[in-house]
Ligand binder design. Structure first.
Ligand code: OXD
Length: 306
């Protein structure tokens, strides 16, 4: 049996080594130019070239090597009968929640002011207040829910907004309640998947609905945010600061004003890491379920795009 990995070189090598370790009987092809494409049964992909999977006539599974699937679904040549699955991994949720916690604690404890004070050798002990945060999670899927529950457990005030109603142990909003949700928070953590509905969702109109200066953390997709509107909202005080891991254009161009803006902190799309060892087990499990005609875990609903 053969499988194929179509992804940039760095994750590819780790995925290959982990797959070889647990399933030495599977012949792994890297990239598109291997022999016997008809023997390839599953494909692990990250931003595969459009149309590239068509040559694998007997493909039974396409697996996204990350949590997001927008990069896979851009390609509408993947026949609709082939299930598309994605990483849903506690290890990845651990990584994402820690990132969000880091961004929130730095903001809550005014860490950036203390860094400035340190540079000036200023003992700023008495100028400090812990910020009273009301943290709103825009998107409470697997990753959003993990972070929301952990922050609630730590004593933070948390609420959530999701596409469809959810029973949660914190106040949660859905559908046409976005405005109400936004009116109750002063930290907005965005974890929505990228879909036509979430395209440019973080725009000036949405920022205007915030009732308090709000700290924005975006760890979803760059195309969900409108960077010019973020600058405007920062200038007008609708946003008190932003912590961004994703950008309209990646890598972020050198000339972007985001790099040096005093109210912006950023990282290069590294909020949650994928752990190939765990993810490989998931690929194999999905494939076995397909073989045995069992319900396929982690399958993406192509119409919802997540
Ligand atoms: C993902 C990502 O989707 O890293 O996993 O963006």
């Amino acid at each position: 049996m053969r499988c194929v990995i179509i992804a940039p070189p760095e994750p590819t090598q780790q995925w290959k080594e982990n797959l070889e370790r647990v399933a030495p009987h599977i012949n792994i092809q890297i990239g598109l130019n291997g022999e016997h494409p008809e023997e390839v049964m599953f494909a692990m992909v990250w931003k595969q070239p459009i149309g590239s999977l068509v040559r694998f006539k007997n493909l039974k599974l396409v697996f996204s090597m990350g949590a997001g699937v927008d990069h896979v679904l851009k390609d509408n040549t993947i026949p609709s009968h082939i299930p598309i699955c994605r990483v849903i991994d506690p290890q990845m949720a651990f990584s994402m929640s820690n990132y969000i916690l880091m961004a929130i604690l730095n903001h809550q404890r005014s860490m950036y002011d203390f860094q400035k004070a340190q540079k000036q050798k200023h003992w700023a002990q008495f100028e400090f207040n812990e910020r009273q945060l009301k943290i709103g999670f825009l998107g409470t899927g697997h990753l959003g829910m993990d972070a929301a529950l952990k922050l609630k457990y730590l004593g933070f005030k948390v609420s959530g907004f999701s596409n469809s109603p959810k029973k949660t142990s914190f106040p949660s909003y859905s559908g046409d309640e976005l405005e109400e949700f936004l009116s109750k928070i002063n930290v907005l953590v965005c974890l929505v998947p990228y879909t036509p509905k979430t395209h440019a969702l973080l725009n000036y109109n949405l920022f205007k609905k915030l009732k308090e200066p709000t700290y924005l953390i975006n760890v979803s997709r760059g195309s969900v945010q409108v960077e010019n509107d973020i600058f405007k909202a920062l200038d007008e005080g609708l946003l008190s600061g932003v912590f961004l891991d994703v950008f309209e254009q990646e890598p972020l161009p050198k000339e972007s004003l985001l790099w040096l803006h005093p109210k912006v902190n950023l990282t290069p799309h590294i909020a949650s890491l994928t752990y190939p060892k765990e993810s490989i087990q998931q690929v194999l499990h999905c494939y076995q379920c397909i073989e045995k005609n069992l319900p396929i875990p982690q399958q993406v609903d192509r119409t919802k795009m997540y």
